[in-house]
Design a binder for this molecule. Structure first.
Ligand code: GLC
Length: 471
């Protein structure tokens, strides 16, 4: 293992270069979901107080019939469910009463950029991509303030003029605010003689968002972007749709829009995201993931995809034993059944990419991109934000984590390549395999938006490296 640690220190030492190469990337668009996140750190005591204030006893609190917010009490139920299991979930509501309850009774510690589209746009712009176009179906002043004040970060005003996103104020738009309720590991909750300790720092998201829940599009963005020569489009925002709201038709309706971007030569990456509605999840997989050049998911989302491609058994195996080896089998199965040319999975301690041999980004470029993504993600977790260039490489020099290296070793043994732990690059059947042990931060200051950052930085920075090599 000592040799492996040394090798990875070597690969990781290239991150500064890889970051610099991102400036070669001319234009990237992010779509569709951008919103404002109201972040609230809650402790067990306050959560129990809220349960009591809203009239929930232990039984009513723990009785979760549906992962949905019908009434204010459901916000407490969802938060408690995530707190007690140390998991991340997002529940939706269409009831403004629930939104009012959160504004009036919960409050927040800070506002920040939310939604995969917005988070990725900020990250790519600060990393130096020359032009980043961000889709916003609502761009109020409050939303604009969540954009970094950068000239390369662009969106559209109400007349369709392209401008620095932070300077736009579409006065008729209502801000779309999601509550991000975070909790710490080890925190204790007590109610009616029951005592629960939180096993893992995580967060619960409560979302009232009439526009993103209907995949409303800004036509100005859609048309302008279709006329640009883009290097990549980072796509997301389907996860909040529901079948009852015509989610499947909305997904179908978006396909020609996305196709136009792809026809102009943009590499299309879909961030799968945690999708509660299974009918919608299946439609995302069949209609969008299947035509995306690249898809990104975490371990939970990988299992979720298995469930909608008739791989329930494998889903169960991964659920019971969430190892890199089992997840690798899952990726293979998804790759074969869904058909995207590149799949990247990020799990605790390790990123794994499986791609077609002729994919336009080489395995080496992928490895460089994945090392940079791991560095930026750890920097975000450790420093609290990556709003400034100086924070991007905050974690540079930290060792790749031991659990990641161990998983990588087992994965290498499994695919019959004992060198994988030293190189991170191999092949299996007809595919290239690239796997990178990540950097772990002991006490993360933030977790929200991590997956989005990892997927986009790794792909776009890998692209940047290729552009340099070609020129
Ligand atoms: C979801 C949430 C959004 C959050 C994002 C982070 O899109 O709706 O509030 O910022 O996930 O990945």
């Amino acid at each position: 293992m000592k040799q492996a640690v040394q090798k990875w220190a070597e690969y990781y030492s290239g991150v500064e270069n890889t970051l610099r190469n991102m400036r070669q990337v001319k234009a990237v668009a992010t779509a569709f979901n951008t919103n404002v996140d109201a972040v609230l750190k809650i402790n067990g005591r306050r959560l129990a107080e809220l349960a009591r204030e809203t009239g929930l006893d232990w039984q009513a609190l723990t009785e979760v019939k549906e992962n949905k917010l019908h009434m204010p009490q459901d916000v407490i139920r969802g938060a408690f469910k995530c707190f007690s299991k140390g998991i991340a979930e997002e529940w939706l509501t269409e009831d403004i009463g629930v939104f009012n309850f959160m504004s009036e009774q919960l409050g927040f510690d800070r506002l920040q950029m939310g939604g995969q589209g917005g988070i990725v746009a900020n990250a790519l712009a600060v990393c130096g991509v020359q032009q980043v176009f961000c889709h916003c179906n609502s761009l109020s002043e409050l939303q604009a303030r969540q954009f970094l004040p950068l000239d390369n970060l662009l969106s559209f005003d109400e007349n369709g003029a392209v401008k620095a996103a932070h300077q736009i104020n579409r006065t008729a738009d209502t801000p779309l605010i999601h509550w991000i309720i975070e909790f710490d590991k080890g925190d204790v909750f007590e109610l009616d003689g029951h005592k629960v300790s939180c096993p893992k720092a995580n967060r619960f998201i409560a979302t009232y968002d009439p526009l993103n829940l209907r995949l409303v599009m800004d036509e100005n963005f859609v048309d302008y972007v279709a006329r640009q020569k883009l290097d990549a489009v980072i796509l997301s925002g389907y996860h909040a749709l529901t079948a009852a709201n015509g989610g499947v038709e909305l997904i179908e309706g978006s396909v020609p829009v996305v196709q136009r971007w792809q026809d102009r030569g943009a590499l299309l990456h879909l961030e799968v995201a945690s999708t509660q509605d299974k009918i919608v999840r299946k439609a995302i997989v069949e209609k969008v993931a299947s035509r995306a050049d690249s898809i990104g998911l975490n371990e939970r989302e990988t299992i979720d995809v298995l469930e909608v491609i008739n791989e329930e058994n494998l889903a169960k195996i991964c659920e019971e034993d969430c190892t890199a080896v089992n997840l690798f089998d899952a990726l293979l199965r998804i790759k074969k059944k869904v058909g995207s040319r590149r799949i990247q999975m990020h799990m605790f301690g390790l990123y794994v990419t499986l791609q077609d041999k002729d994919f336009p980004v080489s395995p080496e470029a992928n490895r460089r991109g994945m090392c940079l993504a791991a560095t930026v993600a750890a920097s975000k977790a450790g420093s609290g934000h990556i709003n400034e260039v100086k924070n991007l490489l905050w974690s540079k020099g930290m060792d790749p984590c031991a659990p990641g290296l161990e998983e990588l070793k087992k994965l290498g043994d499994y695919i019959g390549d004992e060198n994988l732990v030293l190189t991170g690059i191999s092949h299996y059947e007809d595919y290239d395999v690239i796997a990178v042990p990540t950097i772990l931060v002991e006490k993360p200051l933030t977790l929200v938006g991590m997956g989005d950052t990892i997927s986009s930085v790794s792909l776009v920075s890998a692209l940047g490296g290729q552009l340099i090599q070609k020129s």
